[in-house]
Design a protein around this ligand. Structure first.
Ligand code: DGL
Length: 276
């Protein structure tokens, strides 16, 4: 069994491209339709009811485009909305929290996982719940790191300003004895290098940084394969053609296109403006 329809991916804005990049590395033959809700970003500072309402708008649009499954790239949406989206829509809805939690539980040796995420994700308790469902022996320490989102948006991914912010956010995780740091927000992998350096400096050189984008891409690949939803392989064992990528945004397509091009290289051609 196979399914050649596209995978739908959405985020509050630009950050979800980290998930698109990981998906395209792991599932190069799949078509992807990406929707960034740039008109309403950020979601991480908003209440759960508002985020759920926005998420229903994004998912409805992707469903109308005929996608076979939806990957919620946004951690804040993944923290509060998957159950509601599964009630509203009749296609598989995959989030980033469970795969991230699974990778973190597998990585910790001391049984203490630190999570950096938006205020909304931390307030939801979604990461501690996901970790507790996997292991009752592992403790989760959450730390909201709101300033890292605008820093990533501005392209301030190195230098003293993001470094100081990263130190402030990582210190409580170091004080709690965590040996794993989950980057529980779409934007944080853009600052990965710096966050890895500061994690090593503050939590010790053996501490691990977990990128939920890669964990989610792996979980999506396994899900599609086991459900018979992966794209059909090319005939006669020939290499599959590379899947297409459609980029949709709700505001400022040109600005998005420039950053997407920088981020995804030649994969980002045109950006379509849509109204939800
Ligand atoms: N996409 C959000 C997340 O992963 C970060 C940006 C925002 O606050 O909207 O939590």
């Amino acid at each position: 069994m196979s399914d050649d329809r596209a995978i739908g991916v959405f985020d509050s804005g630009l950050g979800g491209l980290t998930v698109v990049r990981a998906l395209r590395e792991r599932l190069p033959a799949e078509d992807i339709v990406y929707l960034g809700d740039t008109a309403r970003v950020p979601y991480g500072t908003k209440g759960a009811a508002t985020v759920i309402r926005y998420a229903i708008g994004c998912a409805s649009h992707l469903v109308r485009r005929g996608v076979k499954a939806i990957v919620i790239a946004c951690n804040t949406v993944s923290a509060v909305a998957p159950e509601r989206l599964r009630v509203e829509f009749d296609i598989p809805i995959l989030g980033v929290i469970e795969p991230g939690a699974e990778a973190a539980v597998a990585a910790t040796r001391l049984g203490k996982i630190g999570v950096l995420a938006t205020a909304g994700t931390i307030a939801s308790g979604a990461y501690p719940r996901a970790v507790a469902a996997l292991s009752t022996r592992v403790e989760t320490i959450g730390q909201a790191a709101p300033l890292l989102v605008p820093l990533a948006e501005e392209g301030w991914i190195d230098g003293e300003v993001p470094r100081l912010a990263a130190r402030r956010y990582l210190q409580p995780l170091a004080d709690a004895g965590a040996d794993v740091v989950v980057l529980g927000c779409t934007h944080y992998p853009l600052l990965r290098l710096l966050l890895e350096e500061e994690t090593a400096a503050l939590l010790g050189p053996a501490a691990r940084v977990i990128d939920t984008a890669h964990a989610a891409a792996e979980a999506t690949a396994v899900f599609l394969a086991t459900r018979g939803l992966a794209r059909a392989p090319a005939a006669n064992g020939a290499p599959s053609p590379r899947g297409g990528l459609s980029l949709l945004v709700t505001d400022r397509p040109n600005a998005f296109g420039e950053i997407a091009y920088r981020f995804l290289g030649g994969d980002a051609d045109q950006v379509e403006l849509v109204d939800l």
